[in-house]
Design a protein. Sequence first.
Length: 71
Amino acid sequence: MVRVTGLRNPCVQIDRFQKGVLPAVLGRDSNGDLVRKAGIMGVVVTGGEVRPGDEIRVELPAPPHTRLEPV
């Protein structure tokens, strides 16, 4: 299980997957403020092997829900 804890700016390591990904996942709005199109921080709560075809389940915390903040 992975617990999502906040938003992150994707770092330069993302370009190791494919060149040009970093500029594609960061942008600016009309005010010049950063818009994150990808990037989260998570903490592994329960480890284990993940294989193609494994189920992914999203469990929201109990309300009230709050926005994730940059970490």
